[in-house]
Structure formats: C-alpha cells, structure tokens
Design a protein around this ligand. Structure first.
Ligand code: WTA
Length: 635
C-alpha cells in the first residue's frame, strides 16, 4: 500500500500537467484524434484487428478472425496462411523498397555497415539454403547467442522464413543460462560470434558458447560470425565460420507457407520460479500486432530512420529493431556498444549522423545520460528527431522531462510504451496526437482493453492501486509456454478469473491515464532487464557455503533497481568481505552480468510464511524503512 500511495501523491501533485503535440506533429499524425479512435475501437476490437491484418500479405485468407473455443489457447486468423519473414522481407523485393536501406549498423569502435532490403534478402536466403542442407526443417529450433550485429537479424529472418523457431538468448547471459535455454528448446544449431565489443573490451562469446554447448547434446553445429580479430578456440568437428556456412548457397529461397497459428519463435523470459519461461509467438497474429503498433505509435509514413536501442536478445529487439521496422519497410539502426564511449555524446552523434527520426530507448539509458549533464545534448540540434519512445520500466517524471527537453528539444512527443515479452507488442501507450503526462503510459492501444482490478477482478476506482490486467485478447499475444502449457494457464489465466494477468501493479488517474508502478510478483527489472528473484536465489544457493538466500530489488538512481541479497551461510562458515566478493562472482557466472548485486547481508534467518516461502516483501519493507503493513500482499 505504502508504495502506491506515496507515488500517487507525487503524481497528483507534480505530474498532472499535460503536454500537447505541436501543430506539425498533429498535421502529420496517422491518427489525429486520440480519444476518438479509442472510443471507436473499444466496442469491437476484433473488427479493429481484422482490419489491421490487411496490412500484411496472406497466401490464404483466414476463415475466422478469432477463435476462443479452447480457452485460454486462443487463436487468431484461423485457416490463414502467411509467413512472418515473407512480410518483413520478400514482400518488399517486389516494390521499390528493394533498394532502400534496411539496416544501418555501427559499433563502438566506429565500424559501420549498411544493407539494402535486396541485400538482406539474398543473405537470408543463403542461410535458409544452408540450414536446409544441414537437415534443419520446419518445426525445429535454432538457438542464437549473438551481439547486436546485422547477422543476428539475418539468422532470425532465415529461421522464420523456413518455419524454424528461433530462440535468441541475450548475449549478456552466462554459459549456464544459455545451456538451460538451449536444453529446454532442444535446439539443433547454435549461431554465435567470436566476440562482442563492450566499453573497449572484447567479450569472448565463443568461449561462453563452447562452455554451454558442452552441456547440450542436441547441438550438432555451431555457426560462428567473425566480428573481431581475437583468436578463438575452434573445434572443426562442430564449429563452422558463418561465411563458410553460407558459401556457395543460392541467394533465392521460397518462404514456407505457415499456418497463422504456427509458432514463429520462442523467447525465454524470467518468471517467479528459477526456470525461465519459453514464450511462444506465432506467424500470423504477431506480425499484425507489431506492424500496427509500430506504425501508429511511432507514426510511420514509410521513409523513417528508426533507432531502437534495445538488444535483439529481448522482445523489444525482436519486435522493434527487427520485425517491426522491416514489416513497415523502413530503415532500422543497430548499435553494438555502450552509450558513453568514447564520450557521453555517442547517442547524440549517432542521431545526428544517420538523421534518425525515431528514438526508442529505456529510462535507464536516459538516467545514465542525465548524469553527464545537459552540456552534451545541448551541443546537438538533432533536428531529424520527430518522435521519442520509452520502454522497459516506469519512466520517472524527472527523466521524462529531461528526455523531452534536452533530446526532444520540446518538439518531440514521448511514447511511453508499456508491454511485455508475452504481449509481443505495445499495449498501453500514447499515440503522437495524445496529450501526454510526464511518467504516464497514457491509455491502452486501440483494440486493447486494460483495467486495474482488485484480487477478485473488480475494477478499482481512479487513484486506487491494483493489479493491471487485460480484459480482451489480441493477435500478438503469447500462445503458450514452450513445452509447458500448464504453466501458461497458471501464470496468466488463473490468478484472476477471465482476464490476462500481467503481474504488474498500476493505478489510473481521473482522466483514465494509466500509471504503471512495477511488478507485483517476484520479478525484478534491473536496467530494464527482467530477472526473477528465484533465479538469483538459486544462483546463490549453488555456492557450497550458502544454505539459503532471499533477494529483493532496491531502488537505484540509474538502473531503476539493483539486487540486495540476504544470505544464510552454512554452519561454521565465516562471514567475510572476501566471501561477499566470491558470491557476487558466483551469481555473475551463473546468470551473467545483468544480475547486478549491490549488496549482500549475512543473516541467521529469513522471514517466511507458514508454508515456508520466503517473504521478500518483508525483507523489502525493512530495507526501505516502510511500514510492514499487510504483508500478505502488495496491494
Ligand atoms: C515493465 C519489455 C512501466 C513491466 C517490453 C512489465 C514497464 C515488464 C514499461 C515486462 C513501461 C515495460 N512502464 N513498466 N513503459 N514497459 N515495463 O518482458 O513491469 O522484458 O511487466 O518486456 O517490464 O518486461 P519484458
């Protein structure tokens, strides 16, 4: 309670000012009247999505738009035949888009590459043919553990084109995390790179991949992209360089006609247990949702240069670096590196250099840039920018205003988009024509019915905190959890009857604007990255000196949240600073560098429920000096 009430007071006092779009933005906007479109679409979302589906090409039209006969295994565009990669690529080859730049890439060291649509098309086809020659076929899984380089897009598209599910694992994950995901998906081939640049250092991805592959019997081949000059170990029996893999392959390949409901990819995300969930998205509905949202939220007219600073290893990268921009036939920018190398103006330099029109980034990056001061963005006009976006965690009003003033120069509206790996697309978001409030994700996208409810599913009044739920279904929604349909039902459709349970807490203000507070469950958001407390705890417990651990997220000025751990040591083990360091290392090794441990406290016992569950909320309340209140629930 306390958390929500405090934030609410803050919002009511400071953040109710409305920011209106300029005449120029309104004149251009595809959707000119925000409230009107919401009213028009809310009565018949299915009709709205059927119309949206006409934006992509179908090999065969659907017989039925929406089928809920087997709840909660919903189906969209039943009977329709299509292909996600066909719409992102092949379709454009028939038009003048074929000669447009599809991908611009730059890395930290200043190397750049550009690919036209036709070039991407040829490259993708070569991969398709090489995969087919290696016996990979429709329905198989391919794992991808690569940095933010064009080849990751090529491989993803190739998989989708032939009906193979890709499973991209973020290149910041450890060997163990990668191995777990490969095993769960039973992937047959792994694509990786020799290394990736980060803050001047080379991260040896191949070495991590090798360690993972040792534990995975299903991987028959490892395809390695050469991305830097460092030497890596090479096992000629299993490993092959990417350029040799595609050598001599034909640059033409047919797209596999897929059922609308055939799976396109699996993407693992953290939940409340230590085992990550393989979120499954499909060929038909996913592209419909992604294309409609990218077009309307970022107001695309067809010639934009779009830069989403996420990583392809997360859903934001899947939907808004790769599939979204390519479905829309625009130019997407990929940057492999950190935002402050060689100087804190790197982001502004890239915007200016490539005349970027849309910048879609995360609050954590804005806060990092804020720290360097206004003198850096003030040096750059960034006049090409038209629309800004934010995603991954709540954006605090202070960061919002800074983004608006110093990057957007008070000209560019900010689209604060709330969504999840499971939703596939932006769900609660303004459109450029909407009056904005600093720190609010505004209202549900047309065709989406969101609500804030109590435990029984009853809507709560404006200003009251509650669970964020979605009352209807939408085309790009998760279809199941890979190999675990029961967990799919349990996680999303059983907590509150009849609605999709997001796991977030939120409230609405008197204008119906949504203010997302954060997670209600045991999921952390560290620099926008999703990590389960249970995953971190099991990493601690895997150390021989640890008996038990409870971890919580504590607020951090830049990362939003960082981890504090309460650890019980085995009898006789001495609690030393050295051991703290060792444990931090252990977690990093088990999960990867994204699990940032700020602090470790050695304790004798942990607060628990009668059934033995660790009460993380109690740990958190104590840590933050909040009243313990009703410890059975957050809201
Ligand atoms: C959080 C990322 C507030 C939220 C696309 C959600 C946000 C989780 C926002 C999903 C936002 C994402 N405002 N919170 N604009 N966007 N979140 O699966 O807690 O990595 O449930 O997908 O991020 O994280 P995921």
């Amino acid at each position: 309670m306390s958390k929500i009430n405090r934030d609410l007071t803050d919002v009511l006092l400071t953040s109710q000012k409305k920011y209106y779009p300029s005449r120029k933005i309104l004149k251009q906007a595809i959707v000119k009247d925000y409230e009107k479109i919401l009213k028009e679409t809310v009565s018949d979302p299915i009709k709205f999505w059927e119309e949206a589906a006409r934006d992509v090409e179908w090999f065969r039209e659907w017989d039925k738009v929406f089928d809920n006969s087997n709840k909660p295994f919903f189906k969209w565009f039943v009977g329709g035949k299509t292909n996600l990669a066909y719409n992102a690529l092949d379709r454009h080859i028939k038009t003048k888009t074929r000669n447009k730049t599809a991908i611009i890439w730059e890395d930290e060291t200043g190397r750049t590459r550009k690919y036209k649509y036709i070039e991407v098309y040829y490259e993708v086809n070569k991969i398709v043919n090489a995969l087919r020659n290696n016996g990979i076929k429709k329905g198989d899984r391919v794992a991808i553990y690569m940095p933010n380089i064009p080849e990751i897009a090529f491989v993803m598209l190739a998989c989708a084109k032939m009906g193979v599910m890709h499973s991209v694992v973020y290149a910041g994950f450890s060997a163990n995390a990668l191995a777990d995901r490969i095993k769960d998906a039973r992937a047959k081939i792994l694509f990786t790179a020799d290394g990736s640049f980060r803050r001047g250092k080379v991260i040896n991805l191949k070495e991590i991949a090798d360690e993972a592959v040792k534990k995975c019997r299903t991987i028959k081949k490892v395809v390695v992209v050469k991305n830097n000059k460092k030497k890596v170990n090479f096992n000629p029996k299993k490993d092959i360089w990417y350029k040799d893999f595609i050598k001599g392959q034909s640059c033409e390949a047919e797209a596999a006609p897929m059922d609308a409901e055939d799976p396109a990819f699996v993407l693992y995300t953290s939940g409340t247990t230590s085992k990550p969930k393989g979120v499954v998205h499909v060929h038909g509905g996913y592209q419909v949702g992604v294309l409609r949202t990218i077009k309307w939220v970022f107001d695309l007219h067809g010639n934009e240069i779009f830069w989403c600073t996420a990583d392809p290893g997360w859903i934001t990268g899947h939907s808004y670096i790769i599939y979204g921009p390519l479905l829309a036939g625009i130019t997407t920018v990929m940057y492999e590196g950190v935002p402050d190398v060689p100087q804190p103006d790197r982001i502004y330099k890239i915007i200016q250099k490539y005349k970027i029109n849309i910048l879609y980034t995360a609050p954590t990056l804005i806060r990092a840039l804020m720290r360097y001061g206004t003198k850096w963005p003030k040096k750059y006009k960034m006049s090409s920018l038209r629309i800004l976006g934010s995603v991954g965690e709540p954006i605090n009003p202070e960061a919002w205003k800074w983004y608006y003033t110093y990057i957007g120069k008070k000209r560019c509206p900010i689209m604060d988009t709330w969504w999840q790996t499971e939703t596939g697309m932006n769900m609660i978001t303004p459109l450029p024509a909407a009056p904005l409030k600093a720190g609010s994700a505004c209202k549900p996208f047309p065709g989406i019915i969101a609500d804030v409810v109590d435990k029984k599913g009853k809507s709560v009044l404006a200003g009251k905190g509650g669970y964020l739920v979605i009352r209807n279904q939408w085309p790009s929604m998760i279809r199941t959890i890979f190999n675990n349909p029961e967990r799919y039902i349990k996680t999303y459709w059983s907590q509150i009857k009849g609605v999709y349970f997001t796991g977030d807490v939120a409230f609405r203000d008197k204008d119906g604007y949504f203010w997302i507070q954060g997670r209600a469950d045991d999921v952390l958001k560290i620099a926008g990255h999703r990590i389960g407390t249970a995953e971190v705890e099991s990493a601690f417990v895997s150390h021989p000196k640890v008996v038990e651990a409870g971890v919580i997220g504590v607020p951090d000025k830049i990362k939003g949240e960082v981890i504090k751990a309460f650890v019980i040591l085995k009898e006789g083990v001495k609690a030393t600073e050295e051991l703290k360091k060792e444990l931090k290392k252990q977690v990093r090794k088990t999960l990867g560098p994204i699990a940032v441990i700020k602090d470790i406290e050695f304790v004798d016992k942990l607060p628990k429920t009668r059934s033995g569950k660790i009460m993380r909320r109690v740990l958190k309340a104590k840590e933050l000096g909040l009243p313990l209140g009703d410890t059975s629930s957050l809201v």
